[in-house]
Design a protein around this ligand. Structure first.
Ligand SMILES: [Zn+2]
Ligand SMILES: [Zn+2]
Length: 352
């Protein structure tokens, strides 16, 4: 394997977090302390319709943790939730998804469709909040794996109390229909994928007992987004560090993991073109075929190559090299002990 860490700097973070500025149960200080203790490199906090934390000075480096403050927009029916990142105001005048997707884009921010395929079967008083405006274009990416939706979808009966006590055990995989949609969308233009925690850490009460479902320390040990940056984050250069994170999120330069099944830091998922160029996911300029997709993971797994939504090869172990001869949208998925562990962003080997 010719990949070396000098080609990039990997950072690992948690996205889509709620705090006491909206309906989350954790305040910023606790969130920052916990994320730092867990060794995360960055977090992106997205309270509902609020950027108050930006005005209160929370965005920036807190020791080695880079904290970015975005917000989650919703339409007038509380559907079509949208994560706006890198913006400096809440577009409260925009009540339709087309308006806020456009507003985020024209202000220079980036936007991700949140929990697009959310379904809930049991709790009628917590309705699902899916994306229904697929005709609207102009978003940068979609949240292909939402930890909270994934977990809530499995709450089907009161036997589910075990799922409340051991929440991470019941995180499954991104919805297959959403992955199919993502693959289809990527044939028209590049759509980045992120993993979101959708952390709320709400307190609930059952009889005399009050406790938190998913305490923040547990929430942050689940779905994580890893990015390959050209330059490492630099505590004394906040603006350029923030821009590198936004660039990598927008361009899909990385992958998503579920920490529950193993720490995926150190994973290498790259492509080597026949002209010698080595590129990370999301990079499509001037590609040349044949090429080789290279994967190296820190623990054994079942490494799967997906092309245009179809599984075309599987290798078990810690590394794989997949020769690629045909154009298409390629992705890597890794399962560990039959559990969904890693999802790469696509290698779009087509001319848009
Ligand atoms: Zn939401
Ligand atoms: Zn949310």
């Amino acid at each position: 394997m010719i990949l070396k860490k000098k080609h990039f700097h990997e950072v690992c973070g948690a996205l889509h977090l709620h705090t006491t500025y909206s309906d989350g149960g954790t305040d910023y200080n606790e969130l920052i302390r916990t994320a730092s203790d867990l060794g995360l490199d960055f977090i992106v906090v997205t309270d509902h319709m609020s950027l108050e934390a930006l005005n209160d000075g929370y965005e920036g480096f807190h020791k080695n943790l880079l904290v970015l403050v975005g917000y989650e927009h919703n339409d007038s029916n509380n559907l079509n939730h949208y994560l706006a990142i890198g913006v400096d105001r809440v577009f409260s005048e925009c009540s339709k998804s087309r308006q806020y997707v456009e507003a985020v884009r024209s202000s220079g921010g980036i936007g991700f469709i949140a929990h697009p395929a959310e379904k809930r079967h049991y709790f009628g008083y917590f309705p699902p909040y899916p994306w229904t405006s697929w005709e609207v274009d102009g978003y940068d990416g979609i949240e292909i794996w939402n930890q909270m939706s994934d977990w809530v979808e499995q709450l089907k009966s009161w036997l589910s109390v075990i799922r409340i006590l051991y929440p991470r055990r019941f995180i499954g995989s991104p919805p297959s229909e959403l992955l199919q949609r993502w693959d289809r969308l990527n044939k028209k233009r590049f759509i980045s994928g992120i993993g979101g925690v959708d952390a709320h850490s709400r307190k609930i009460r059952i009889g005399f007992f009050g406790f938190r479902i998913f305490p923040i320390k547990v929430e942050l040990k689940g779905i994580r987004t890893h990015l390959y940056l050209k330059k490492s984050l630099n505590r004394s250069a906040f603006d350029s560090s923030k821009q590198s994170i936004l660039y990598a999120l927008k361009n899909g330069n990385g992958f998503i993991s579920n920490y529950r099944h193993a720490d995926a830091r150190g994973t290498l998922i790259f492509i080597r073109y026949s002209n010698g160029v080595i590129a990370c996911p999301g990079f499509s300029k001037n590609f040349s075929l044949p090429a080789t997709i290279l994967v190296e993971i820190p623990n054994r797994g079942s490494i799967r190559l997906i092309r245009d939504g179809e599984l075309i090869a599987v290798v078990s172990g810690c590394h794989a090299e997949f020769p690629v001869h045909k154009k298409g949208i390629y992705r890597i998925e890794v399962y560990r002990k039959e559990k969904a562990w890693i999802y790469s962003n696509p290698f779009p080997l087509i001319a848009y």
